[in-house]
Design a protein around this ligand. Structure first.
Ligand code: OXD
Length: 308
């Protein structure tokens, strides 16, 4: 009985070694060396080629190597086995650190002061206390919740939005379409942490930006396809938005000619906001494997109908 493993990252060997240490009873087969597909009972994958899991009748569970599962659900040949995301408190901490750091950057107008410095300008820009500034978090899953809590601990006013009603300590929570409009009206720094589904694809568009206060900022740490790129560029150029921090892109890495690279109001980072960590992740995946082998439900299961 074997686990199928696919990891395109530079630390793939470390992932494989740590999973093997955590699961000495299991044989790990690295895609595409799958051997007999009838042997495969479990899969741990990040962005495997479509069809990688077809013809594996004994598959009992599939785990993502990251928080997102859109790469799995996009496979039209994904078998009907339970699918789980990787939920690791360390990843939530890393995401919260990124979100708080970049919210502070926008709040403190760091980029504008850096531009002033380059131009040799000594001028104070208007200041606002964090307690008077609302940071809105779209998506209150494990990563969004931790980010919202840390933003509140940092002293920001926090508004959270989710599809269904949720509560987060220190945040005003909104849900549903009406709740989204109410949340956006007060949001000066918007953080996108939504799963990518047919409903959320393209949500960050001109219509949404128009609902936020003039000069609001955007932090997208979810998926590049949440964003309508041309609408962001227009909103930044018109001053409707003051800046954007983008960690995720429709195409990664972004092509060299992409206008985001050189836009003065955009800071790009290469999908680093919540790196999954083999040191802690391997034990979480091992526990999921053992649950599936015992015939128990895995944790953090994906609702395929909801798309996340
Ligand atoms: C992701 C991740 O889902 O990096 O994007 O975990």
């Amino acid at each position: 009985m074997a686990i199928l493993f696919h990891c395109p990252w530079a630390n793939a060997d470390e992932w494989r070694r740590r999973i093997a240490e955590a699961l000495p009873e299991a044989e790990i087969r690295v895609w595409p060396e799958i051997g007999d597909p009838h042997d495969i009972e479990f899969a741990i994958l990040w962005k495997a080629p479509p069809g990688a899991l077809k013809g594996m009748p004994r598959l009992k569970g599939v785990c993502s190597l990251g928080a997102g599962v859109d790469h799995l659900l996009a496979d039209p040949e994904l078998p009907d086995a339970p699918v789980a995301r990787l939920v690791d408190p360390l990843m939530a901490d890393r995401m919260a650190e990124y979100v708080v750091g970049h919210a502070l950057r926008h709040h403190l107008r760091t980029d504008e002061y850096a531009a002033q410095q380059r131009a040799g300008v000594w001028a104070r820009l208007p200041y606002k206390d964090a307690a008077a500034r609302t940071v809105g978090v779209l998506g209150l899953g494990a990563l969004g919740r931790r980010s919202a809590e840390r933003l509140a601990a940092q002293g920001f006013r926090v508004a959270g939005w989710s599809r269904k009603a949720k509560e987060v300590e220190g945040a005003d929570c909104f849900h549903g379409p009406d709740g989204l409009a109410a949340m956006l009206r007060r949001t000066e720094i918007l953080v996108c942490l939504l799963p990518l589904t047919p409903q959320t694809r393209g949500l960050l568009d001109a219509r949404l930006f128009a609902q936020m206060p003039e000069g609001a900022a955007l932090i997208n740490v979810a998926r590049g396809d949440h964003l309508v790129e041309a609408d962001l560029l227009a909103a930044l150029d018109s001053g409707r938005l003051s800046g954007a921090t983008l960690d995720v892109f429709s195409e990664e890495p972004s092509p060299p000619a992409h206008p985001f690279w050189r836009h003065p109001k955009i800071l790009m980072t290469p999908h680093v906001s919540s790196l999954s960590e083999p040191r802690t992740g391997a034990a979480i995946l091992a526990a999921q494997y053992r649950r599936a082998m015992r015939g128990e439900a895995m944790r953090d299961l994906v609702d395929r109908d909801a798309g996340y």
